[in-house]
Design a protein around this ligand. Structure first.
Ligand code: AMP
Ligand code: MG
Length: 348
């Protein structure tokens, strides 16, 4: 039997086809959302802690099961360990120390992507902060470490000699060849001011490769956050001004870093000198300062918390304009005078 459709029938058939297609789409969407909700509901919270780079590191994230969580965390920590082998100035054989040992040789030295990348960020921040951040302070930092161990204050001459071997303009980078050049003998690189923020970013990349989306990586006070924990608006992070005042914020997809008085300072004649050195004087910061920076990137947040501590409130206000999306809470205590500058949650 020949069956033909009238135009009307065709239109009806078309409608029937469309509505069954729509039904199928709705069913697929329902399935996806059931699956998505279920996989979200099934996510467990995992916490891993480890002492790394001389500080406690804490990793919190949500994953579907123990085996994914364990492998992902192990690999994230292994990545940090690898970075430490490259970047630690405490290890004689580290790549960074090998490069420093060739300072003044007149040689351009090929370096790993990791070392190149961190130095490139560092140099960019140095330029934008007029040298308040400086990864060539190694000789001065070493001198202070030695002084702290011995309890002997360095002489003016020692400080001057160490200072002569510093200055970020003496560090040259070749982006094409990924090479570095330390123009003066005795120079020593020290990326302690941004290394933990960099490590936190790299660890987060490893976790993301396992499909993990909600992550908090706290690398000794330098924190990188990704998507909020399932069903929440963000990671509840409490920021302090160092004494009484606290602020809790629900944050996600952002990084924050705090620099401040830790156990790492030198006390001499009743005066405390911070482990953060003022590149203009070669001396540890004298005043109590605590700085928290929120930035889109962990390495930048870490470097800025150090740089703004050096620069102080007034200069940092001008510098901040060069870092869109960054916010600061800086508290200075000089001669019992407390100054507080806080841009958190205010639009830039
Ligand atoms: P942070 O805790 O991030 O402020 O880093 C402090 C560490 O950065 C010190 O222990 C030094 O290794 C290094 N450092 C000290 N002063 C400076 C500075 N002005 N610029 C860059 N790095 C610094
Ligand atoms: Mg820092």
């Amino acid at each position: 039997m020949n069956s033909t459709f009238s135009n009307h029938d065709k239109a009806n058939f078309g409608l029937a086809q469309k509505s069954s297609q729509r039904l199928a789409k709705v069913a697929i969407l329902l399935l996806i959302s059931v699956f998505f909700n279920r996989s979200q509901a099934q996510e467990n919270r995992y916490v891993f802690e480890k002492g790394m780079m001389g500080s406690p590191f804490k990793l919190v994230f949500y994953a579907p099961n123990d085996s994914i969580a364990n492998v992902a965390a192990q690999n994230a920590f292994a990545r940090i360990e690898k970075l430490n082998e490259i970047l630690s100035d405490y290890r004689d054989g580290s790549e960074i120390n090998q490069v420093s040992a060739k300072s003044g040789s007149g040689e351009w030295i090929s370096v790993s992507d990791d070392l190149y990348n961190i130095l490139a960020i560092s140099q960019d921040i140095s330029k934008k902060t007029n040298g308040a951040f400086d990864a060539t302070l190694g000789p001065v930092v070493q001198m202070w470490r030695h002084a702290t161990r011995k309890g002997i204050f360095p002489t003016e001459i020692e400080i001057k000699e160490a200072m002569q071997k510093t200055g970020y303009s003496k560090l040259k980078l070749d982006p094409q060849g990924k090479k570095v050049f330390l123009t003066q003998k005795g120079m020593r690189l020290d990326i302690g001011g941004l290394g933990k923020g960099f490590a936190a970013e790299e660890a987060v990349k490893v976790l993301k490769n396992y499909g993990i989306k909600s992550i908090m990586m706290d690398a000794g006070g330098k924190i990188v956050l990704t998507s909020p924990p399932p069903g929440t608006k963000g990671w509840n992070i409490t920021i302090s001004n160092g004494s009484d005042s606290l602020k809790t914020m629900a944050l996600s997809n952002v990084a924050l870093a705090t620099s401040g008085p830790t156990y790492r300072y030198m006390e001499y004649n009743g005066i405390r000198y911070s482990h953060i050195v003022d590149p203009a004087t070669g001396i540890g910061l004298l005043f109590h300062v605590r700085t928290t920076v929120i930035s889109p990137d962990g390495t930048v947040a870490d470097a800025l918390a150090t740089a703004f501590s050096v620069a102080g409130i007034e200069k940092s206000k001008k510098m901040l304009r060069q870092f869109p999306g960054s916010q600061v809470w800086l508290v200075e205590k000089k001669d019992d005078q407390v100054a507080d500058w806080n841009t958190l949650e205010k639009p830039q």
